[in-house]
Ligand binder design. Structure first.
Ligand SMILES: Nc1ncnc2c1ncn2[C@@H]1O[C@H](COP(=O)(O)OP(=O)(O)OP(=O)(O)O)[C@@H](O)[C@H]1O
Ligand SMILES: [Mg+2]
Length: 308
């Protein structure tokens, strides 16, 4: 599916239907990306019901939540890769399911949680696919496309890998190539599903800084799923916490990341202190000894809660 997802973004239909940045917030309270009353399911497995969400324009929205709570499923629905069973996703006020694929791909980019590159493709060629939604009968590959591809590779530190085969890279190198492709798409809205997975700490920070830069300097709207609550609290301008297919808290990181909420959402006792660098919430999980003291009979693998 993720390969299809990537392919759909890269191929993106065949029309040449105008610009990418139109329709910004015309009606009061309306944001560019919204969803209302979503029921999301795979075959008979329902992941979410009556799920509504609004992504604030120009925000860096971060979604957090336990494994299997529906974060990726929500991102897929928001990017038209998963058709809701009920409810609708609105992009610039229009039901996203009714929009031409190429128009969606020029407005909204998705970096899926995992992606498989086509066999034998080089880094430069894969990143260049980010430019496909901008091509058309009347608009061929240009020097500007070339420049954007080069800039995207430089920004993610993969320029020196340009001629290497993607399937011969390390996990972290590959992840940065996919991010470069998503950035090369130059969409005003960018959805990133765990962009820092596989990355060492320096590259995690580089990628998050890059996201912050895209958001602050270019006014792009970013939505990222992150597992690191401390990174989420540092970078998010709007934080959404999910559990069991529902949004259980959202708002400023300082309001959402509290010891009570972290225990409620993740079942993890912790302290939340001020990050000495940024003043944002810093989650310190309770030590094993004090956690096990809280439960009368600790069970093996107690943290691994099976899905319902
Ligand atoms: N392609 C699929 N077919 C069937 N069920 C799926 C599929 N993808 C996800 N699911 C199920 O939907 C639920 C939500 O999955 P989802 O991938 O959205 O979770 P997540 O919050 O992104 O988790 P993680 O943090 O592990 O990435 C899980 O129970 C999962 O098993
Ligand atoms: Mg996921």
């Amino acid at each position: 599916m993720d390969k299809d997802t990537r392919q759909a973004v890269a191929d993106g239909g065949s029309g040449s239907d105008g610009g990418s940045d139109s329709g910004r917030g015309s009606a009061e309270g309306r944001q560019r990306l919204m969803a209302e009353g979503l029921t999301l399911a795979y075959d008979r497995r329902t992941v979410a019901e009556k799920l509504s969400v609004t992504i604030p324009d120009h925000s860096f929205t971060v979604i957090v939540g336990p494994n299997a709570c529906g974060k990726s499923t929500l991102l897929r629905a928001l990017s038209r890769m998963l058709k809701p069973v009920a409810g609708s996703v609105l992009l610039d006020g229009q039901a996203i399911g009714t929009m031409p694929a190429k128009k969606v791909a020029r407005t909204l980019g998705l970096l899926p949680q995992s992606s498989i590159a086509p066999d034998g493709i080089t880094v430069a060629d894969l990143v260049a696919r980010g430019r496909y939604p901008h091509q058309g009968l009347l608009r061929q590959w240009s020097e500007a496309d070339e420049r954007i591809v080069d800039e995207s590779m430089a920004a993610t530190g993969v320029a020196e890998l340009a001629d290497r085969y993607v399937d011969e890279l390390s996990g972290g190198q590959r992840q940065r190539v996919w991010i470069a492709m998503a950035i090369a798409q130059q969409t005003p809205l960018l959805l990133l599903d765990e962009p820092t997975t596989y990355l060492d700490i320096q590259h995690q920070i580089d990628v998050l800084d890059l996201c912050a830069q895209l958001h602050e300097e270019q006014g792009r709207t970013l939505v990222a799923v992150l597992h690191d609550l401390n990174h989420a609290a540092r970078y998010a301008t709007h934080l959404i916490a999910m559990r069991g297919g529902e949004i259980v808290a959202e708002g400023a990181p300082g309001d959402v990341v509290t010891a009570e909420q972290v225990e409620r959402v993740f079942g993890l006792p912790c302290q939340v202190i001020d990050d000495p660098e940024t003043g944002t919430p810093l989650v310190i999980p309770a030590a094993r000894r004090s956690r096990t003291a809280r439960v009368e009979a600790p069970t093996p693998l107690a943290g691994f809660v099976s899905e319902s």
